[in-house]
Design a protein around this ligand. Structure first.
Ligand code: PEP
Ligand code: MG
Length: 755
């Protein structure tokens, strides 16, 4: 008979576990009591808790029923044995005949050979697996659904205690394995250049939930209902406060957002968790953890939904706990290094940039919009810092070397000293680029290239002067939309666009009409429908379906540019008909403004972005209709190779300097030249000196890039002899290789081109 008495109701079991946690005695002692209580409560002979340690190892921390000498000795890798499989899949496992499961790994030191059945669940915290709790029975037992549910609920309590350090204090971990105090180096991928030195701030939303176990489920159910009502009320208010005049569209927008919020399955699962004995907020957390863990192992497109659920779970918790949960509310110390799992572009804009030294993301790719904004703001940022949360605690000193893609956690003095010196070196380099500011971007053989900046924030315009750029080749207007709580009305947009034109002081500015959707999510417009938002309802598609949004923007642009030059382009145009429809709306607005005030822009130049490969097959027709084409190489690359630009796992798989991409870009340049239509390129390629070298070789004479890239790209152009490069690229055209990057890099080195 296991310790802890006979089988109990789930609520009794939870209450007992809670009482043990609140009781006295060492952490290990309490954990020992907990496992024996769980075993007894669930009528199992064995209950074991494994805790995840650095290096993806699951260590047996406590057991009732297995040999006590195995505690702290038995270790399994994530993925190894049934316990490892539960952790790897982040899913419960219930097996009547566990020993014949292919993943069963026999550990003689535990004495578990006599147990036939096993039920285990992951211990989850913030969507991460921090351990596993499992029960075992001698007989072939079929565990029921509600028993799994009960064990999950207990796991939730264990999670809070492990993460809070009250069950197993961090300094109880054996020193040889402990993280605290030891320097760590975490490899990552550069998303925005620079070096940041500062203090770690963990950017996960933290809702402090003190009370996990419900006294009275009925009270919790009514709290949940009230929170749902409050949340819907707040969402209503958010939309009703909007006075953007999109008549009839409010409801539609609201309804689509609510589709997720009102998802009956979601609500029902939270209620079930309450029935299992949790408080309302603990139940929200539990269901959210399950969803996160499940989506984590789902296909990458589905993972995008995490943001929606995260947002709604945060809102709900906010109503339940009365706490605010926005990333923007994280109070940053001086020189903060924000460590976050992922970050949306709007969230980055919400942070106090004057205190932000760098950002480290566990996910993130170079062409995701948050990275583009970080480059615009000169915030060093790295992504794909795997398991960074397992290596760092809040307050740790950190150096983010975004130049080389490294994060140094708790660096030693020598490393710190070396970085201080390299920071000075970098300043010297920036000064040398500044010296180029007034010099032309001209090759050694006299070919001039126009260098423009990509912008989207007001402060970006100051960079025109600092970099000596010719103008703004891409103004991402949606960044204004991202940082609002509702659509800005015509007057607000007009004021902003006029301000941008004023600040540009006569230099050309190409405004791109709103491009939301994909990874640019507006809280007030649900563009996340479908499993694949980047290929979904976004940009010009959304604007043509909601013409009021586009018409208002065009009206604001026309008014802002009255008497001045207006250049604008439409994003994600997939065929000529889409361009024609957008152009027709522009003509309508021009006529309307003419009839109303007669004050029109002094000149109008309209272009299309080439980002969707289908447009290639109508390019000649398109070139007759537009004043210019701007290649959006970020999206073009992702659609050409069917390779999600925001998926970290694919970010290095297909190269912008692949034969296919180079050929396509060359073809575009030739056809534009033949048609006499202006051509530019405004994707991230333009800002990488080696890629830019190839573009110039292919005939591109107008490039638009992050302001910080102007100096390095100009230095490259001024060291380039175009004649030799053209011939070399022609030779490479027929190469069967996956990427031509190495060859082109060698060429640049051999010819002393500054890349
Ligand atoms: C692009 O796709 O290359 C581009 C410039 O647009 P965005 O990065 O904003 O999608
Ligand atoms: Mg694009």
């Amino acid at each position: 008979m296991p310790a802890g008495g006979g089988k109990m109701t789930p609520r009794q079991l939870l209450a007992n576990v809670r009482d043990i946690m609140a009781g006295r005695g060492s952490a290990q002692k309490r954990l020992d009591q907990v496992v024996s209580t769980i075993a007894g409560g669930l009528g199992a002979e064995v209950c074991s808790v494994y805790v995840r340690r650095a290096g993806d190892v699951l260590e047996l921390f406590a057991t009732e029923g297995l040999r006590s000498s195995a505690v702290h000795q038995t270790r399994l890798r994530v993925g190894e044995g049934l316990i490892g499989v539960i952790a790897a899949r982040a899913r419960p496992l219930a097996l009547a005949d566990a020993q014949h499961h292919p993943a069963f790994a026999f550990r003689p030191e535990t004495g578990e050979e006599v147990y036939h059945s096993l039920m285990g669940v992951p211990i989850l915290r913030d969507g991460r697996i921090i351990g596993v709790v499992a029960v075992q029975n001698r007989s072939e037992r079929r565990y029921r659904g509600e028993e799994i549910e009960t064990l999950q609920t207990v796991a939730m309590i264990l999670a809070e205690l492990i993460a809070g350090g009250s069950l197993i204090a961090l300094d109880e971990l054996p020193p040889a394995e402990g993280l605290t105090g030891r320097p760590q180096q975490v490899p990552a991928v550069r998303l925005s250049p620079g070096v940041g030195i500062g203090i770690a701030v963990l950017g996960q939303l933290k809702h402090d939930i003190h009370n996990l176990v419900a006294e009275d489920p009925e009270v919790e159910r009514s709290r949940l209902r009230a929170a749902f009502t409050d949340m819907h009320g707040a969402l209503d208010a958010l939309f009703q406060a909007s006075d953007h005049g999109l008549d009839g569209e409010h409801r539609e927008i609201l309804e689509s957002y609510r589709m997720i919020a009102e998802d009956a399955g979601w609500f029902a699962r939270i209620q079930e968790a309450i029935d299992g004995g949790l408080t309302a907020e603990a139940a929200v957390m539990k269901v959210h953890n399950d969803i996160r863990a499940r989506l984590r192992t789902a296909n990458p497109y589905l993972q995008e939904r995490i943001h929606d659920f995260q947002d709604l779970a945060d809102r709900l918790l906010q109503h339940l706990t009365g706490a605010d949960g926005s990333v923007g509310d994280i109070v940053l110390p001086e020189n903060a290094v924000l460590i976050a799992r992922s970050l949306g572009p709007a969230q980055l804009l919400e942070l106090d940039r004057s205190r932000l030294a760098a950002v480290v993301l566990e996910e993130g790719t170079a062409t995701a919009h948050v990275a583009i904004i970080a480059r615009a703001l000169n915030i060093p940022m790295v992504g794909q810092a795997r398991d960074i949360f397992g290596q760092i605690v809040a307050g740790d000193p950190v150096i983010v070397d975004a130049e080389h893609g490294n994060v140094f956690v708790r660096p030693g003095d020598t490393v710190r000293q070396a970085f201080m010196e390299s920071a000075h070196e970098r300043e010297r380099q920036i000064a040398s680029y500044r010296a180029l500011q007034t010099l032309p971007a001209e090759t050694l053989d006299g070919v001039e290239v126009r260098l423009n900046i990509n912008a989207g924030l007001r402060i970006d315009l100051a960079q025109l002067e600092e970099t000596g750029a010719e103008g703004v080749g891409l103004y991402r207007t949606e960044l204004l939309f991202l940082s609002q709580t509702r659509f800005p009305d015509v007057a607000a947009q007009q004021a902003l666009y006029a301000d941008i034109l004023d600040k540009a002081e006569g230099r050309p500015v190409v405004f791109r009409t709103v491009d939301v959707g994909g990874d640019k999510i507006l809280p007030y417009l649900d563009t996340s429908r479908g499993d694949n938002p980047a290929m979904g309802w976004r940009a010009i598609r959304m604007c043509l379906d909601r013409p009021a949004i586009l018409r208002q923007q065009l009206r604001a642009l026309i008014r802002a540019a009255a008497g001045r030059e207006l250049r604008l382009m439409f994003p994600m145009v997939a065929d000529v008909a889409e361009f024609d429809s957008a152009r027709a709306l522009l003509d309508l607005e021009m006529k309307r403004e003419n009839d109303r005030t007669g004050r029109l822009p002094a000149s109008l130049s309209v272009g299309a972005m080439l980002e969707v490969p289908s447009l290639m097959f109508q390019l000649d027709m398109l070139l007759k209709k537009v004043q210019f084409v701007s290649v959006g190489s970020n999206d073009l690359l992702q659609f050409l190779f069917a390779s999600d630009r925001a998926n970290p796992g694919l970010s290095t798989r297909y190269d912008s300097l692949s034969p296919a991409m180079i050929r396509l870009l060359g073809e575009v340049a030739q056809r534009c030249e033949k048609a006499g239509t202006s051509l530019s390129l405004c994707g991230e390629m333009a800002g990488n000196p080696l890629d830019a070298m190839v573009l110039v070789g292919l005939g591109y004479r107008d490039l638009s890039m992050a302001p910080s890239s102007i100096g390095p790209v100009k230095a490259m152009i001024r060291s380039l002899n175009l004649g030799g490069l053209r011939r070399y690229i022609e030779v490479l055209y027929d190469s069967p290789e996956h990427s031509l990057r190495e060859k082109l890099r060698d060429f640049a080195r051999d010819h002393h081109i500054a890349i």
